[in-house]
Design a protein around this ligand. Sequence first.
Ligand SMILES: Cc1cc2nc3c(=O)[nH]c(=O)nc-3n(C[C@H](O)[C@H](O)[C@H](O)COP(=O)(O)O)c2cc1C
Length: 333
Amino acid sequence: MSGSNSVPLIWPVMPLDIGTVRLKNNLLLAPMAGVTDGPFRRMCHEQGAGLTISELASAKAILLGNKTTVSMLHFSGQQRPFAVQLFGHNSADIAAAASFVESLGVCDIIDLNMGCPVSKVVKTGAGAGLMKTPELAETIIRAVRAAVKVPVTVKFRLGWCSGQMNFRDFARMAVDSGVAAITVHARTREAGYSGVADWSKFEGMQDLCGSIPFIANGDITSVDDLKKVHEISGCRGFMIGRAAIGRPWLFNALKKPAGAVLTEPAPAERFRLFREHLVEMLMEHGQKGVPLFRVHLFAYLRGHPRASQFRREMCNQRDPVKVIDAGQRFFLP
Ligand SMILES: Cc1cc2nc3c(=O)[nH]c(=O)nc-3n(C[C@H](O)[C@H](O)[C@H](O)COP(=O)(O)O)c2cc1C
């Protein structure tokens, strides 16, 4: 891969320390189940993300040696620093899983998921369910901190629902419990992914977190968004998820002065990245690589006038060579 990590940083993009771990910049790739596997993390790292994070991994499944979950921890030397995100509701399990992951040496940071809205997760009391039980959340954070030496971070939402937005108290609890960074997605569990992220709630959040970096998340897509959310919150970092799907180059593109128009790479470069991503998926996932690539493939085509025709052609295609051929016709007609 030809990296372009040397793109100069322009405020508010700057290096960020999370505990003892120095990130080359404060643009983080959000953890996304089914999306942020090794190949996509490598693409985003190459294209200038300061930190990548695994998909959420069940602490219990790690302790049971579940093959799919353990494979989520897979990393390559190219993509450090790397954080593993764990979820669960039992402090002893999460601490033991964190300690196991640390001893594998596969990551630099352990992130705790306290924001996942999925019913099967929250009904066990994990994910966003922990926002309803902050005492348990605190026990989990303290147990994990005691079990590992690497920095421990936490990611959560504004609260359970619009009537219960306890993110400020939750952030204070997390700071007092010794986390090294706090990320908040500016939606409630009730909102899921609907509506728009409410950055106005972030006012004063960096002050509240004191010396611990506050990382803003939700609907960040442009240089002006970085500026706006930074002005409201004083955040030291930005976490970007969906906007980077099909556009891994977004991280370098965001290192621009405010007001600058985001420039997409030339078609030949986009095709190169598209093909490289698919090849990485094949290397990592074997035959399943092509169907797993679909979520990315359709996102690479977003906004193109012939995108729907290409989608129809590709939706059942399992032959990687045909996908690459079609990609070439699409990007370089
Ligand atoms: C498909 C998908 C999977 C996600 N999986 C996770 C996850 O595993 N852990 C997590 O903390 N958040 C997860 N999220 C939430 C994102 O990390 C992020 O908080 C959210 O998408 C808002 O940021 P964005 O608007 O930049 O995408 C997921 C989001 C999506 C769309």
